[in-house]
Design a protein around this ligand. Structure first.
Ligand SMILES: *Cc1c(COP(=O)(O)O)cnc(C)c1O
Length: 404
């Protein structure tokens, strides 16, 4: 079992107050908090072995290179990739998706089709629209139902011999829906299409196995799994990474350069131009260590309890409507109360030390589907507690009273 009081001691930020009240942090779907174990790794890097990697003969450079490459192997093991060079360090989910979308520019032609889902984050819509503009490919959308679940029979109807790519998030950041990616991947492969899964929202709660999923690309950001911002990864099957051209030109990604011709480095360096976020990569590995120490099964079980408890308590409030009631969902609750604007509730909650997100959550198509401008979103991680949910409910009732 998970000892939440012990875990909370790992997170210095949870000791602070906001507007004179103890912080209650329920904005985990936007970014997670960082445990001391990861902060220590960052401090250690800058205190003891900060150096540029791969090129140096000196000791610091070798230490930094070793730590950075060891972290890559940790990431490989965590996601069960076949090879460490199938893990590409990026600046995060958005960067990873753009890298793939850019690479496919040279692989698609007019009339090819790309399928995305109605549940996507903007970072998983816009790069594909841009790709379609560049190539003449056509974007198709898997629709969703009122519960916030994808309608798979409609997905079947969209797939055909023109389908080249399918892009779906593993878990929706706006609603918490867990999508049935196993069958989405299988069906795409049956028509010869490649699949990219946006794992930004799943990696904090689940431990995906990219080989078991047989997924072609899987992407995530370290900052949603207790790591720092500005670093993430792209997993790609070796055969696909070899097919994609480099994304950016620069140092580190070349084999040989002359003004007549440049040849590119092999994987993973082909996609890693310039000096990367070295410390971030190392801290990413440390964040995975931290979460694996707690154990993803323990995390999922505990967070499901928080989800069930939070849902039950919220539904007792008159006029409150929860958006996203999928059977399979994680600890994200999006809701509105009557006609009160989400922003007003969010502002009053902040006065009481409670951080929630309000707005469209970078998923405007979902808000359009429900014909609402936005929601209030409370998202829980394993360091949150039922007591915090109780305090949140009291504060929410107070806010509602003030606003109605
Ligand atoms: C947060 C998030 C992203 C974007 O991640 P960045 O770290 O901002 O690049 C993309 N997709 C989903 C589902 C997310 O939750």
């Amino acid at each position: 079992m998970l000892d939440v009081q012990k875990i909370r001691k790992d997170f210095p930020i949870l000791n602070r107050t906001v507007n004179g009240k103890p912080l209650i942090y329920f904005d985990n779907a936007a970014t997670s908090q960082t445990p001391q174990q990861v902060i220590d790794v960052i401090v250690d890097y800058y205190s003891n072995y900060n150096a540029n990697i791969h090129r140096g003969v000196h000791s610091l450079s070798q230490e930094a290179t070793d730590a950075y490459e060891q972290a890559r192997i940790k990431i490989q093991k965590h996601f069960n990739a076949k090879h460490s060079y199938e893990i590409i360090y990026t600046a995060g989910t958005t960067h990873s998706i753009n890298l793939v979308a850019n690479g496919f520019s040279s692989l698609l032609k007019k009339g090819d089709e790309i399928i995305v889902s109605a549940l996507e984050h903007h970072s998983n819509i816009v790069p594909w629209q841009m790709l379609c503009e560049r190539t003449g490919a056509i974007l198709k959308v898997i629709p969703m139902n009122e519960n916030g679940e994808l309608i798979l029979s409609d997905y079947d109807a969209l797939l055909n011999e023109h389908t080249k790519l399918v892009f779906v998030n593993h878990i929706s950041n706006a609603l918490g829906t867990i999508n049935p990616i196993e069958s989405i991947i299988e069906k795409a492969h049956a028509v010869g299409a490649a699949v990219l899964i946006d794992g930004a929202q799943s990696c904090p709660h689940l431990k995906p196995d990219v080989q078991a999923l047989d997924v072609d690309f899987y992407v995530c950001s370290a900052h949603k799994i207790c790591g720092p911002t500005g670093v993430g990864m792209l997993y790609g099957k070796e055969e696909w990474l070899n097919k994609l051209p480099p994304y950016q030109g620069g140092g580190e990604m070349i084999a040989e350069v002359s003004f007549e011709k440049t040849t590119y480095a092999g994987l993973p360096h082909k996609f890693e131009a310039g000096t990367p976020n070295i410390c971030g990569g190392i801290a990413f590995g440390a964040a995975l260590d931290y979460m694996n120490n707690i154990g993803f099964e323990n995390i999922a079980k505990y967070e499901n309890e928080l989800l069930a408890y939070g849902t039950e308590q919220l539904l007792k409030i008159e006029g409150l409507k929860i958006y996203g009631t999928a059977k399979e969902k994680t600890s994200v609750i999006s809701f509105n109360v009557g006609t009160i604007h989400p922003y007003d509730i969010g502002t009053i909650l902040d006065k009481m030390g409670i951080a929630v997100r309000t707005g469209h959550h970078c998923a405007q198509p979902i808000m359009d589907f429900y014909k609402i401008p936005g929601t209030i979103r409370a998202s829980f991680m394993f360091y949150n507690t039922k007591e915090e949910i109780d305090t949140f409910i009291v504060a929410l009732k107070k806010a509602i009273m003030m606003l109605s």
